[in-house]
Design a binder for this molecule. Structure first.
Ligand code: HEM
Ligand code: HEM
Length: 210
C-alpha cells in the first residue's frame, strides 16, 4: 500500500514536470494512470481553516462580550450568530465533499485502532459543529423577537416559547463547552502526528506551496 501510494505520488510529480514543459503527449500517457492525492483538495483545506477562524471568532464573541459596553451587545450577538450560521453551511458542505472524496492516505500508515479513533473524533466534530448552530438558530427563532444575522432581519416565531428557549440554551452551552475539549484534543492529535509520530497527517491539511 505504501509502495503504491509512493509510486502514484511519483507519477503525479512526473506529470507536473511534463505539463510545465509542454510535453503533452507524455502528459496524456501519464494522465491515464489513476492518481491518488497525497493531500486534501484546495477547497477542503480552505474550508477547514476558514471554519477554524470562524469558530475562534464565534467563541471569542461570547467569551469576551463582558469586556464591551452593553450598547455593543447587539453587534456582538450579530457577529456570533453570523459566524455560527456560516459554520453550519460550511460544515454541511465539507461533509458532502468528504463523502464523495476519500481522505488522502497517511504515510506511514497508523495502527487500525488509531485510524478508528480518528474517524470517531472527526464524526463527533461534524455532529457537534452542525448541532450547535442548529440549536442556536432554533433558540433565536423561539425567542419571538426580531434578530439580525449578516445585517439582515431573520425570521422569528409569532409568540415566544420561554421554556423551550431555556432548554435549548442549556443544550447550546453544554455543546459549546464540549466543543472546546473536542477541538483541543483534535489539535493535540494533529500536532502529535506531526512532531511525535512524524507522519504526513498535518501536512495533508496545510495550504500548498506555489
Ligand atoms: C459553531 C457555532 C457556535 C458556537 C461555537 C457557539 C458558542 C456559544 C457560546 C460559547 C456561548 C456562550 C455560552 C455561555 O453563556 O456560557 C453561546 C451563546 C449563545 N449562542 Fe452560540 N454558538 C454557535 C452558534 C450559534 C448560532 C448559529 C446561534 C444563533 C443563530 C447562536 C446563538 C447563541 C445565543 C442566543 C447564545 C446566548 C447568548 C446570551 O446569553 O444571550 N449560537 N454560543
Ligand atoms: C475549530 C477548529 C477545527 C475544526 C472544526 C476542525 C475540523 C476538522 C474535521 C471535521 C476534520 C476531518 C476531515 C475529514 O473529513 O477527513 C479535520 C481534519 C483535520 N484537522 Fe481539523 N479542525 C479544527 C482545527 C484544527 C487545528 C487547530 C488543527 C491543527 C493543529 C487541525 C488539523 C487537522 C488535520 C491535520 C486534519 C486531517 C486529519 C486526518 O485526515 O486524519 N484542525 N478537522
Amino acid at each position: 500500500m505504501l509502495f503504491c501510494a509512493t509510486n502514484l505520488y511519483r507519477y503525479e510529480k512526473v506529470n507536473e514536470f511534463l505539463r510545465k514543459r509542454g510535453y503533452f503527449a507524455f502528459y496524456i500517457t501519464f494522465q491515464s494512470v489513476p492518481v491518488m492525492n497525497d493531500k486534501y483538495s484546495r477547497l477542503q483545506i480552505a474550508i477547514h481553516w476558514l471554519v477554524f477562524l470562524l469558530v475562534v471568532v464565534a467563541y471569542a464573541a461570547m467569551e469576551l462580550r463582558g469586556l464591551f459596553p452593553r450598547s455593543d451587545r447587539p453587534m456582538i450577538n450579530m457577529v456570533h450568530v453570523s459566524c455560527g450560521i456560516s459554520i453550519l453551511v460550511l460544515m454541511v458542505a465539507r461533509l458532502l465533499i468528504r463523502l464523495k472524496r476519500p481522505a488522502p492516505p497517511i504515510v506511514p500508515k497508523p495502527k487500525p485502532m488509531m485510524t478508528g479513533l480518528a474517524h470517531l473524533g472527526h464524526l463527533a466534530i461534524y455532529l457537534l459543529f452542525i448541532a450547535l448552530p442548529v440549536i442556536g438558530l432554533l433558540l433565536m427563532y423561539n425567542r419571538g423577537n426580531p434578530w439580525l444575522a449578516f445585517g439582515l432581519t431573520m425570521p422569528h416565531a409569532a409568540e415566544a416559547n420561554f421554556d423551550l428557549v431555556d432548554t435549548l440554551k442549556q443544550y447550546h452551552v453544554i455543546l459549546a463547552n464540549l466543543g472546546y475539549w473536542l477541538i483541543g484534543l483534535h489539535a493535540l492529535a494533529a500536532l502529535a502526528h506531526h512532531y511525535i509520530w512524524k507522519d504526513n497527517t498535518l501536512l495533508r491539511m496545510m495550504p500548498r506551496k506555489r
